[in-house]
Design a protein around this ligand. Structure first.
Ligand code: CA
Length: 227
């Protein structure tokens, strides 16, 4: 079971990053876009389960992004962010097909409650920690656990390990890593996958795990439990 992926479209970079960090700590995966056009492009990839969308954005505003998605019949749940002075926008936003809205400034608990309510409607159960062999991925803390030991994984490391663990010994190709983690940026993925795999191997070794990441040359990677 994959983690729910949330797209955060917000032009205040600090706020966008803070929101995605909060989401990540709660076991979601988050990606950000800092303008409307980029947000729309990312939403159109179909790789996100849920979207947090600010209304006031440079270039293309949040309501235009939302209208475009709904015209294209993309039914991704959308939580609109509005400033206090934009009361009319809330009504417009709901008319445009937003699922919910949140007025800025908001507190973390309020944001998470809205997100949980929206993602519950997706019918997915994200809080089962994936396991393979003697390892467990702790989704909320972003940790790789083996026995009594644990290490925190970087975001991309964690996403890669999650794909490997979820595949339960089946090969994960570089194309899949590129699609799921690098949003289809094949060049970026190809330059980085091997590096992250080597980090993950070191971490598995440091935990003395019996799980190893095997290279299937020219194809991809898979997990194996050594005897
Ligand atoms: Ca804004």
């Amino acid at each position: 079971m994959f983690v729910i992926r949330i797209l955060v479209v917000e032009d205040e970079v600090g706020l966008a990053d803070a929101i995605s960090e909060i989401l990540r700590r709660e076991g979601f995966m988050a990606d950000t876009a800092n303008d409307g056009k980029t947000g729309l492009e990312k939403a159109l990839t179909g790789k996100f389960d849920c979207m947090i969308l600010d209304i006031m954005l440079p270039g293309m505003n949040g309501l235009d992004v939302l209208s475009y998605l709904r015209v294209k019949e993309i039914e991704i749940p959308v939580l609109l962010l509005t400033a206090k002075s934009e009361i009319d926008d809330k009504i417009k936003g709901l008319d445009c097909g937003a699922d919910d809205y949140l007025t800025k400034p908001f507190v973390t608990g309020e944001l998470l409650a809205r997100i949980r309510a929206m993602t519950r409607r997706l019918g997915t159960v994200p809080d089962i920690n994936p396991k393979f062999g003697d390892i467990t991925l702790e989704l909320k803390k972003g940790e790789l656990i083996c026995g009594t030991g644990s290490v925190v994984l970087g975001r991309k490391e964690f996403q890669m390990m999650e794909l490997l663990v979820s595949s339960a010994g089946q090969i994960v190709t570089k194309e899949v890593f590129a699609d799921k983690i690098w949003n289809g940026d094949y060049e970026g993925a190809y330059n980085n996958v091997e590096v992250y795999i080597s980090f993950l191997r070191k971490k598995l070794q440091s935990l003395k795990s019996k799980v190893q990441i095997k290279t299937r040359r020219g194809i991809g990677y898979c997990l194996e439990v050594m005897g």
